[in-house]
Design a protein around this ligand. Structure first.
Ligand SMILES: [Fe+2]
Length: 212
């Protein structure tokens, strides 16, 4: 893993983890401590720490991966994909879209789609599909479930990211400590969500996308 890749990863980490990730690596990124960088006991979504860049180096762009066979265009605009009766572990995923020049990207489109808890995609409708736009600080927040496994793939969430008037970056996000990661031909550690522990049954995740 390159230094730049590590730095890009560190953008997505809660501050204490980010500091650990950057220790001894010639950190070029300074993470400003967020007022809410740890999960709340009641499961309220929390903000990822605010990254700022203090290095002239460009960030390494997020690795692009295949779209796969189950993308449906024109998803609903929404930040929560949860629906009544939906099984699975709740996942609150937050982070940023950054340009490789190390500037946050406001109004970037992020389109998520994924399998349900049983590893099944809704290819008729828009269950577990939705898009949103980053705020003025390049931040996004998604409420969803941890996707189930299906044959031939490890656990993953599909995503398309597009800065205004820029090309679409298509990729997939993965989960740590998943044995199937080792058997998946396109799994990449740079695309693993940083999962923080919560006091309830849900998971809190962080990921920062870097676009060209
Ligand atoms: Fe998939």
């Amino acid at each position: 893993m390159s230094r730049r890749r590590l730095q890009a990863l560190a953008l997505a980490l809660p501050a204490p983890l980010a500091v650990a990730a950057l220790t001894g690596k010639g950190a070029g990124i300074v993470l400003a401590q967020s007022s809410a960088s740890t999960p709340e006991a009641d499961g309220t979504p929390t903000l990822a720490p605010t990254p700022t860049c203090a290095d002239a180096d460009d960030l390494e762009t997020t690795l692009e991966e295949t779209e796969g066979p189950y993308y449906t265009p024109d998803s609903l605009e929404r930040t929560s994909l949860l629906e009544e009766g939906m099984g699975g572990t709740v996942l609150r995923l937050s982070g940023y879209v950054y340009a490789s020049s190390c500037q946050p990207v406001a109004n970037a489109l992020i389109d998520f789609w994924q399998a349900d808890d049983a590893g099944v995609y809704d290819n008729e409708g828009y269950r577990l599909r939705g898009h949103q736009f980053t705020d003025d600080e390049g931040r996004f927040e998604l409420e969803t479930i941890v996707p189930g496994l299906y044959p031939g793939r490890t656990r993953h969430i599909h995503v398309k990211v597009q800065a205004p008037n820029q090309p679409v970056l298509t990729t997939q996000l993965y989960f740590p400590d998943t044995p199937e990661n080792d058997e998946d031909g396109i799994f990449d550690p740079s695309l693993v969500i940083d999962i923080a522990e919560t006091d309830d049954e849900s998971q809190q995740g962080y990921f920062t996308f870097v676009v060209a």
